[in-house]
Design a protein around this ligand. Sequence first.
Ligand code: HEC
Length: 90
Amino acid sequence: MKRETILFCISTLLVSAILLNSCSTSEKLSEKSGVQLWGENCSRCHSVPPPSAYSDYGWEIIGTHMRIRANLTYYEETKIVEFLKTANEN
Ligand code: HEC
């Protein structure tokens, strides 16, 4: 094998390793629980209304509305809304 070929192979491996590593980092971010995401995101713009402030249906509507405002993913919104629905006791 030529020296250039070997160098090319090594650098390709390095780049793949870096890319794979960054993927696992973003996976960790999405492992946050609903309550964690709620605490980190929903108090950025206003005081956080308690879960009991709205019914299950109310939280679904607000979830969609605030997902757009807060720039959350659908997955994050679902986790937050699931948490609010279990915590609102109605
Ligand atoms: C980027 C800023 C921002 C973030 C982040 C944000 N909100 Fe809001 N929120 C607003 C604004 C502005 C209003 C009032 C106007 C409106 O309703 O759009 C509001 C209103 C509300 C209301 C009052 C009901 C209503 O729809 O008017 C609730 C409840 C609420 N937010 C919950 C949340 C929850 C839960 C989160 C986290 C998922 C969140 N907010 C994240 C900006 C934000």
